[in-house]
Write a protein that binds this ligand. Structure first.
Ligand code: FES
Length: 103
């Protein structure tokens, strides 16, 4: 699947990944150092904050834990998610993702 990733400097790059693992892993493993993902995906750091562009893609809703962590960020927006909480799936092909500055 293809994902369009925008880093903190505003540069967009398209990556092609297999729909396995999480969105956080896909971004991190493709050389985006802007996504800190400090806790390694345990849903405890909120440094894998991303904003998803509006799309028809249906994603699993955020858990209470994810929701609370996102609330701790001043940068929370409509499309905000923690990338480590989003398993990749074929339907995510073409998703536009912007990395959000960690609080
Ligand atoms: Fe820490 Fe996602 S990597 S919450």
């Amino acid at each position: 699947i293809q994902l369009h990733i925008t880093d903190l400097s505003g540069t967009e790059r398209t990556i092609t990944v297999a729909p396995t693992g999480t969105l956080m892993e896909a971004i991190r493993d493709n050389g985006f150092s802007d996504l800190l993902a400090a806790c390694g995906g345990c849903c405890s750091c909120a440094t894998c904050h991303v904003a998803l562009a509006p799309s028809d893609i249906v994603l699993a809703p955020a858990s209470d834990e994810e929701d609370e962590l996102l609330d701790s960020s001043d940068e929370r927006s409509m499309g905000s998610r923690l990338a480590c909480q989003l398993p990749l799936m074929p339907a995510m092909d073409g998703l536009k993702v912007r990395i959000v500055e960690a609080a």
